[in-house]
Design a protein around this ligand. Structure first.
Ligand code: ATR
Length: 290
């Protein structure tokens, strides 16, 4: 029951109508018996100063930040976790006695999901990441930080892949190579890759039949991951499964970034399985209605 002792956790961003974080985090609070409430706060204006001073005066223990505020929020924080600083964006903030500390749990969410669901050991693994936007940045920086063997970044706009690789090679470790997002260029790297990760928006609802690469590049030794989770099984994952590849949907990354955030706010482990069940069930019901 919400009462005067209820601690609040916000979600700042715009628009928030489709976010599944309130469903997932409120379930986690309920299951762990914590008197906490996860509250979406739509903030179209990215000037968060008034909102944040209000939160400090209320019972907020932290918040998530999503599009369009993940970069803008940084200037308002007192402390930024070193990896979040390198990634250059924050999705989770902890408020302690008015001090705000920023974290980025997106890359960690992907890495945890990969390790838990497939047993993959990042330091023994070579990756190819499709895309060079914000999601790729968080994932590639985190994998480099976890000693990934090699990371190839392929993007439609090559210069963005090149700039991101240069940055990771400078600020983390020399492990990244940029490539053009063409079938010929990708084919040259494919036999040295263990895990392929799609971080582009290709395949996302409603364009569910789009593929980020030519399906002929998929071979059965590859583990194929997508960060898209609506639909849960993208065409890329379905084609990879048909070739005999192990696959990983974006649902795991979403759940695990939320589980990492839950731990930052509460200090306790999140009920990951139940969080996955409730979000999986919601998506399943929704897709059956389409
Ligand atoms: P996010 O924060 O989710 O990563 P983003 O920063 O907008 O989103 O990045 C989207 C990525 O998807 C980019 O790498 C983009 O490629 P460009 O840098 O060339 O724009 C990629 N992307 C989106 N639509 C694409 C398409 N139709 N074909 C190829 N790549 C696409």
């Amino acid at each position: 029951m919400v009462d005067v002792n209820t601690r609040l956790v916000g979600l700042l961003g715009y628009p928030l109508g489709h976010s599944l974080s309130p469903l997932m985090q409120n379930k986690a609070f309920e299951l762990t018996g914590l008197n906490c409430l996860y509250l979406p706060i739509e903030a179209e204006n990215k000037d968060y100063s008034e909102l944040l001073s209000g939160m400090k005066k209320m019972n907020f223990i932290g918040f998530n930040v999503t599009i369009p505020g993940k970069i803008e929020i940084i200037q308002h924080l007192d402390v930024i976790h070193p990896l979040a600083k390198k990634i250059g964006s924050v999705n989770t903030v902890l408020i302690e006695k008015g001090r705000m500390t920023g974290y980025n749990t997106d890359g960690e969410g992907f890495a945890s999901s990969l390790m838990i669901e497939t047993g993959c050991v990042v330091s023994d693994t070579s990756f190819m990441i499709l895309g060079a936007g914000g999601a790729c940045r968080a994932i590639a920086m985190t994998l480099a930080d976890k000693n990934a063997k090699r990371i190839v970044i392929a993007n439609r706009t090559f210069i963005k892949a090149k700039e991101l690789c240069d940055e990771i090679n400078n600020v983390i470790r020399d492990c990244c190579t940029p490539v053009e997002l063409t079938t010929d260029a990708l084919a040259q790297h494919m036999n040295q890759i263990d895990v392929l990760v799609n971080t582009t928006s290709i395949g996302l609802h409603p364009r569910v039949e789009d593929m980020p690469i030519d399906g002929a590049l998929l071979t059965k030794n590859l583990l194929v991951a997508d960060i898209v989770y609506n639909p849960i099984r993208t065409r890329l994952l379905r084609e990879a499964e048909n070739k005999g590849c192990l696959t990983l949907s974006g649902l795991g990354m979403f759940i695990n970034q939320g589980a990492e955030a839950f731990k930052i706010w509460t200090g306790i482990e999140a009920p990951v399985k139940e969080m996955r069940d409730i979000v999986g069930q919601f998506l399943h019901n929704k897709q059956n209605k389409i």
